[in-house]
Design a protein around this ligand. Sequence first.
Ligand code: DLL
Length: 436
Amino acid sequence: MEQRYYQKDIETMPYEQMRALQSERLVKQVKHVWDNVPYYRSLMEKKGITPEDIKGVEDLHKLPFLTKDDLRDQYPYGLLAKDLKDCVRIQSTSGTTGRRVVAFYTQHDIDLWEDCCARAITAVGGTNEDVCHVAYGYGLFTGGPGLNGGSHKVGCLTLPMSSGNTERHIQFMMDLKSTILCCTPSYAAYIGEALKERGYKPEDNSLKAGIFGAEPWTEAMRQDIQKSLGIKAYDIYGLTETSGPGVAFECQEQSGMHICEDHFIAEIIDPDTGEVLPEGSKGELVFTSITKEAFPLLRYRTRDICVLSRKKCSCGRTLIKMSKPMGRSDDMLIIRGVNVFPSQIETVLLKEGYTPNYFIEVDRVNNTDTLDVYVELSPEMFSDTVKEIAKAEKKLADAIRLMLGIAPVVHLVAPKTITRSEGKAVRVKDKRKLHD
Ligand code: DLL
């Protein structure tokens, strides 16, 4: 494949020059945040630093970390660094109001975010001759809007399909000859199966590449998808807090994702001590956004565990590469593309009058994630009829669905049948193979 870049000067910039650019932008960004976000200013004051202490990337470690808890405490406007009149969009993570992250964008922020997505599309060979089939969710989730914007910038014919309705995907994909598919890897695998069930062979579709992310997936899954769709499958990473997809993207080498370092400075830290680890170490990924205007996060702890590498890449990009995330340093699960914390389920149980004795089982059946929640009946309910218990299970499942946005299967079980733990409670069994 001939190598193409969307912003060649940036993507192939020598490291020293990139570091100088990052330093210049970091200094400006720290001042912007200090001047406009009182909460962040107070965090810096607590650490005894002022913007004058940050002269470049070498001083980054002096800045305080920011966590999801800070975002929650400051919901909705506490971290906003621009007047609302300058903002044109919000995007948000799934989850409860309490756990929701709401990110704000100025038009400039959207423009830069879409550039990152355009880089990702170009890196997989996308041009204005392509038909880009975007099957990530549209709406609050960043997947659809991000890749949609990137696809426009590249000049592809963009199909804003959104998620769900597999029949319609197949129809459009075949009739309009989609060449690039963007969706979660599990949905790509599902589409592959659905095509096969309908008698299509991999060579019957016009797809050449897929841009898959938003959840962990293995190399084995990559091979499966490549085979079933007859394409090359590329990874893409991002999070709502830093804009959305496109923070990092894979190139033809398919061996890790290039981070858009002109917009995000990446660090790897020890999740227990916060100490910055040298390149090549496995640890928690931390991002500092140096170009975002409305919602700039400095040293944001992603909780994703991975490794960074500056090894020369055959694609010519000099941007540092991150490995696939290898796990999380918190208990967040990603189920059917939705971020789920066990504590959200616990909150519903308590609200609905159950004890916090529960067990969550997650699995993947036919490329679709399953969520089973086992909950103990209260002794009073134990004498209820089967019909009444089924009714209670449905009510609880509805309440959990309302909280998470995805439907679980609830199993009410006899009192005292869920194993009590002697130490830290183990409440989750994730049977999926998500990491290599
Ligand atoms: O998932 C943004 C996105 C949309 C990325 C479309 C790629 C494609 P959130 O919903 O805020 O944002 O979830 C962010 O998802 O911290 C990771 O744990 C996980 N994640 C995202 N991409 C990948 C990936 C979007 N390629 C959280 N591999 C992140 C593994 C991923 N995990």
